[in-house]
Ligand binder design. Structure first.
Ligand SMILES: Nc1nc2c(ncn2[C@@H]2O[C@H](COP(=O)(O)OP(=O)(O)OP(=O)(O)O)[C@@H](O)[C@H]2O)c(=O)[nH]1
Ligand SMILES: [Mg+2]
Length: 567
């Protein structure tokens, strides 16, 4: 595959580089305060960058840390670190005298008790049923509502106040225990609630596997290496063993199995996948096909992790960006008792996870820890989500958010089978193109991709690509956007030229893969065919043995030489 001669995206004016890459390496040593859902180091400097907290949230993080006995945190970004203690000390919003210190637990509770307005008091205490709410309250939970001072004697009022304290303390403890009072960074908040990012995501991706190098110097852990079944071999990290060490036990997981056709032959796909696993330089102990989103195979995976993990060992999820590591952790939490409050952030934007986000293993009761609780050795053990390693060869790297929506396969892929004649071309938007330049009159091609394929003559394909590169929107989508965006979009270049013989009339001979976008299977019995494959910068294309060699039969009844584009 050709190397990419330029950065993934044009420079952005006023952009501040993210500290994520270095943060990841550093985090292994120094425990800086992190966002619990993406692992980014908290900061108060750059609102659009990962880990940003406003001043109020920053104070709350400090208070929560202090309540748990941690020292006050300093900003990871040194620029304003001198101001931070003052900022924290300035948190006297409850009116308690603090002499430059933070509120203790008791002071916080008494400050809450002193609030006169019952509704404000309930809000401050984290109540969900506010006094005056029309919902019925539980009959045995009278202290949950407003203690009615006027109708009580002095003793009764004191008891009510005391039980209110106990209740608030218990509730705060419970919320912290359940992870419901987590404070997340602004980036996670906007990704989770609005599914968008304010700044280009490509600025934040971790593209060097050496970010995981700290694992080389650690002992006592097991690795779960996740890859995307829809993007093999693009989602494998070829020389991971050089980075993390070759001796650590690795469980290899091919995720997103739900994207394959409904009745795919599992044993055959597993055998096919094992060939790629053999080329890895890590100590692969077992292989699983799972779907984190649909909870397929996750229980078997959990049982395998339990069987292979020794007491006290940590678990690290590693893999390329967007393969579903975080979703897999959420799937394991889903099958654990009460673990859902510790969810990590998962989104279709590559580079969602920014640092090491560790979840104590005791949160995975029933999935990774026995139902009666974690054994003593496992008290300190955690399951870590790591930032995905972005592949510079992936075509996905050139796409904007809107284009990602068109290109990334999110639901079961419907294979389209067509006859491609010599001198014809099949195009996957501006992301890939295969020309059949010589060979039999026709070959069968089956497209597995979310991008709508376009079939045409080679001369017409040349013309479409030329117009696209001149900034005109054509049927080739993605890319999408104004003419400046289309002009900027990388030019299609020759990625490979391949000559092969068709082996069987009813059996695909090979897959042509466009990393991150999908693949095209070629079927037919012929002595020789020659294809030319193009992609942006000529990157991310390879040929592999067919993954689903019999799939082309599915639509053979609908096949038509007249129909140029599938409906
Ligand atoms: N169809 C399908 N989609 C999945 C599955 N698992 C994850 N996804 C989707 O893949 C996308 C990426 O998932 P993440 O969990 O954020 O991937 P990640 O590996 O943590 O990515 P980074 O944090 O960027 O390294 C999200 O849109 C998920 O919904 C799956 O099993 N099936
Ligand atoms: Mg992630």
């Amino acid at each position: 595959m050709a190397a990419i001669p330029r950065p993934l995206c044009p420079p952005v004016a006023g952009h501040v580089p993210s500290p994520s890459w270095y943060g990841t390496a550093r985090l292994a040593k120094a425990k800086a305060p992190q966002c619990p859902t993406c692992g980014a180091v908290f900061q108060t400097e750059h609102p659009a960058a990962p880990g940003y907290l406003n001043e109020q949230k920053w104070r709350q993080v400090n208070q929560a840390n202090l309540a748990q006995g941690f020292p006050p945190i300093a900003s990871a970004h040194q620029g304003r670190s001198a101001e931070i203690p003052a900022l924290v000390a300035g948190g006297a919003h409850t009116g308690a005298a603090m002499d430059g210190k933070l509120l203790s637990d008791e002071a916080y509770l008494s400050a809450i008790r002193d609030i006169e307005d019952p509704i404000l008091r309930a809000v401050a205490a984290g109540e969900r049923d506010y006094p005056g709410d029309p919902q019925p309250t539980e009959p045995d939970n009278g202290a949950d509502g407003e203690p009615d001072g006027e109708s009580k004697s002095g003793d009764a009022a004191a008891t009510a106040a005391e039980s209110f304290d106990t209740l608030v303390a218990a509730r705060l403890r419970r919320r912290a225990e359940q992870g419901r009072d987590r404070i997340v960074c602004q980036r996670c908040h906007s990704l989770k609630n609005y599914n968008r990012l304010e700044r280009p995501w490509k600025e934040d991706v971790v593209s060097d596997p050496r970010a995981l190098r700290f694992l080389r110097y650690k002992t006592g852990f097991i690795v779960v290496m996740v890859c995307d079944l829809f993007d093999i071999p693009g989602s494998l990290i070829p020389r991971l063993g050089e980075v993390i060490g070759e001796r650590h036990p690795v469980i290899l997981v091919a995720n997103k199995a739900d994207l394959l056709p409904r009745d795919f032959h599992k044993a055959r796909v597993l055998a096919w996948f094992k060939r790629f696993a053999k080329s890895l330089d890590v100590n692969v102990r077992s292989i699983h096909l799972v779907s984190a989103l649909k909870n397929l195979g996750t229980r078997e995976l959990a049982a395998d992790i339990v069987a292979r993990r020794k007491a006290g060992q940590d678990v690290y999820m590693v893999g390329r960006a967007n393969v579903g590591k975080s979703e897999l952790i959420n799937a394991l939490l889903r099958i654990s008792i009460g673990g859902s409050a510790h969810r990590v952030l998962s989104s279709h934007i590559p580079g969602t996870t920014m640092g090491l986000a560790g979840i104590p293993l005791r949160r995975f009761v029933k999935a990774l820890v026995p139902a009666e609780g974690a054994p003593a050795q496992d008290r300190q053990a955690s399951l870590y989500d790591t930032p995905g390693i972005f592949s510079s060869k992936s075509i996905v790297g050139y796409l904007t958010n809107d284009e990602l929506d068109l290109a990334i396969c999110r639901k079961r892929a419907t294979p389209f089978t067509f006859l491609l004649g010599t001198g014809q071309s099949v195009l996957l938007g501006g992301l890939g193109r295969i020309d059949l330049v010589a060979g039999p009159a026709r070959v069968c091609v089956t497209v597995f991709s979310a991008v709508r394929p376009h079939f045409t003559r080679i001369e017409r394909a040349d013309e479409l690509v030329r117009r696209l590169q001149a900034g005109e929107q054509t049927v080739l989508r993605p890319p999408v956007g104004d003419s400046e965006r289309l002009r900027w979009f990388p030019k299609q270049e020759l990625a490979l030229e391949h000559e092969f013989a068709g082996l069987h009339r009813r059996h695909a001979t090979l897959d042509v893969v466009f990393a991150g976008v999908g693949w095209v299977a070629v079927t037919g019995e012929f002595p020789r065919a020659k294809i030319r494959v193009f992609s942006p910068f000529g990157a991310g294309v390879c040929v592999r043995p067919p993954m689903l060699p019999f799939e082309y039969q599915r639509l053979s009844g609908h096949m038509s030489t007249q129909r140029k584009t599938p409906r």
